[in-house]
Design a protein around this ligand. Sequence first.
Ligand SMILES: [Ca+2]
Ligand SMILES: [Ca+2]
Ligand SMILES: [Ca+2]
Ligand SMILES: [Ca+2]
Length: 310
Amino acid sequence: MKVSKALHASLAATALAIAVACHNGEPTTPTATTGGPRASSVGRIAFTSFRDGNAEIYVMNADGSGLTRLTDNPAEDFRPAWSPDGSRIAFVSDRDGNFEVYVMNADGSKQSRLTDNPDSDLAPAWSPDGSRIAFTSVRDGNIDIYVMNADGSDLANLTEHPASDQEPAWSPDGSRIAFRSDRDRNFEIYVMNADGSAQTRVTDDPADDLAPAWSRDGSRIAFYSDRDGNAEIYVVNADGSGRIGLTTDPAEDWAPAWSPDGGRIAFTAGRDGNWEIYLMNADGSGPVRVTDDPAADEFPAWDPASDEQW
Ligand SMILES: [Ca+2]
Ligand SMILES: [Ca+2]
Ligand SMILES: [Ca+2]
Ligand SMILES: [Ca+2]
């Protein structure tokens, strides 16, 4: 499985989608501009944007103010993941020739590489106690979920399955990791113990279910799927019961990320003509757009320590 090829295809598709959306004319009106989340009270969001010509990591306040670029490199820098204390951000970059996991301070300083392997290493996720980072790699011939110490040492393959296992997400208590896998013929959400044991399917639908994100109380998992015709964000109990849809918009809605207090979800959507970051209440009500730039803005990640810092 060529992850790097798939990623480039994804980036190209993003660019194409933007071009098509722009060519088709008027952006749609935001679904709601009043009554939405009180964004300014809920801290910082890191995200990926192409606004400066290639993928870089940015951080902003959740109301869109205080925008700051953290990376400045001609390579692709994307997929930020906060350390639990908000002091550092892991991310992916191909600045050294292939996709590796990097870490930097939350102000962009001290960028350093954690992985060093000729195969693609992607999608870092920090453990809630700060000691470990899960990520995906094709270093053993297919995509699996790995874990390493936060300094890059003590690497272990958690999934060890011939299928494509991707997008790890730690449960808030650190005991479990959600991920997506196509081991049952299409991508479904799975959960395993943090040591890789008890890999269990959570969703079961002919459409692909992608990008799992745990609620802050650990009871539910948000994800996105095109099961209803285009990408929408859903939430399901961690045991697979009680699935509900949070978005119903003809545009693509994807990449959910919970706020520190669990009351809101940030996501990426194309509903205003190109990829922007939006917020909504955790029940799906009150969506508001946070970014406003003709370039792609995607993959929001909410600083989990925002409440304490605000
Ligand atoms: Ca870059
Ligand atoms: Ca695998
Ligand atoms: Ca949609
Ligand atoms: Ca944008």
